[in-house]
Design a protein around this ligand. Structure first.
Ligand SMILES: NC(=O)c1ccc[n+]([C@@H]2O[C@H](COP(=O)([O-])OP(=O)(O)OC[C@H]3O[C@@H](n4cnc5c(N)ncnc54)[C@H](O)[C@@H]3O)[C@@H](O)[C@H]2O)c1
Length: 347
């Protein structure tokens, strides 16, 4: 490998420009962004100019056939995660693929198999895992402060937060709405803190009550006439170890808060809310809340990219694995299946 990690970017839109590229640039002593591609060539060109990226392509295959790369960030809509990730893995690159892993369980499995065959890392952009709150709470959980965690709630609820840009309301390109888009973040966070237990059964329901009509848009005006995803999803998950998880996720719902992202954990020795980080315990005959007065202030995206770079350069392996990606996808797609059939789904 060259002195620096040679990185390529697939998809030059929002997340590439706001999270991946700027944070690779923060570790430019160890990383060189060599290439970028986007099916909209002009988008790739503009982004390349903005960040001074030398090589521009209009497809992932052309990019992989160009100057040699060691690692690739996949920042396309969900539908293209699988093909782009597999192409990059087969070209000998480590892959950081944006969340969710894929559109279906079969796709996530194919990606995991490709990573195994290539002997390269495949990890996902679950940046909340790298937030100071989750990073800290994970250490408390591992030290036994919560005991066995037997119940969790994952919340990703927006009052009127239907994205007015991108393809987030297009089921064919994204695989679903808030559940697969923002719900997957809090679901992954809960599972990560619980030790990724084996899911056995799900029951889900989805709604499309507000997204298909004109209304207040706190994230811009969305295309309500072509709104093909759910605007809210609710679900219940059972695990082989007896634990259960409740999830609720919405782009739009008549709730108090404009934007609520949280995970609540209940363990035998303690519980926790992730945002703001607070641990609930019974100690010496008292009920106490433990909350940090200092946490190192590193952004979640910055830590995610730095850890990916570290891993590619021979450091600790990524904390988000392809096998966890498959497990998460089984839950998400199981919830959608349950919503469609009205039945519980055994996983
Ligand atoms: N981690 C997070 O919090 C977070 C936040 C936003 C988006 N995302 C994820 O990032 C991904 C992209 O979202 P975004 O907001 O950047 O969308 P976006 O629409 O702003 O950008 C996506 C870009 O990909 C390009 N593209 C589409 N198909 C392509 C292909 N086959 N090859 C190359 N380029 C292609 C599009 O032309 C577009 O420029 C999604 O999977 C989304 O879930 C994650």
């Amino acid at each position: 490998m060259a002195d620096k990690l040679r990185v390529g970017i697939v998809g030059a839109g929002g997340i590439a420009q706001h999270a991946h590229i700027p944070n690779y640039l923060k570790v430019s002593d160890r990383v060189e962004i060599v290439s970028i591609c986007d099916v909209v060539l002009d988008m790739a060109k503009k982004t390349a100019e903005k960040f001074d990226i030398p090589n521009v392509f209009s497809s992932v295959d052309e990019m992989l056939a160009g100057p040699e790369l060691d690692a690739v960030s996949i920042c396309t809509p969900n539908k293209f995660h699988k093909d782009a990730s597999i192409a990059a893995l087969r070209a000998g690159c480590h892959v950081l693929c944006e969340k969710p892993p894929a559109m279906s369980v079969a796709e996530a499995e194919e990606m995991a198999n490709a990573a195994k065959e290539a002997g390269k890392y495949l990890t996902f952009g679950f940046h909340y895992r790298h937030s100071k709150e989750v990073d800290t709470l994970k250490r408390f959980v591992e030290a036994g402060e919560l005991g066995d965690i037997y119940a969790a709630t994952a919340i990703a609820m927006r009052r009127r937060g239907i994205p007015g840009w991108g393809v987030f309301t297009n089921k064919a390109l994204q695989g679903g709405g808030p559940l697969i888009d923002i719900g997957c973040h809090m679901l992954d966070t809960a599972l990560y803190l619980m030790g990724y237990p084996e899911p056995t059964m799900v029951l889900g329901a989805t709604y499309q009550e507000l997204g298909t009509r004109k209304g207040v848009g706190l994230l811009g005006d969305w295309d309500y006439q072509n709104f093909s995803v759910e605007d809210m999803a609710r679900g219940f998950v059972k695990f082989a170890n007896g634990a259960t998880l409740v999830i609720e996720s919405a782009f739009a719902a008549n709730v108090q808060l404009n934007d609520e992202m949280n995970v609540k954990l209940m363990g035998k020795e303690g519980g926790a809310n992730v945002f703001p980080l607070t641990i609930y315990q019974e100690r010496h005959g008292a009920l106490v809340d433990v909350s940090p007065v200092y946490l190192p202030d590193v952004s979640a995206y910055e830590r995610e990219i730095k850890r990916f770079v570290d891993a590619c350069l021979g450091g600790e392996p990524p904390i988000s694995t392809p096998e966890q990606g498959v497990k998460l996808q089984r839950i998400i797609n199981g919830l959608y299946q349950s919503a469609e059939t009205g039945e519980t789904v055994k996983l």
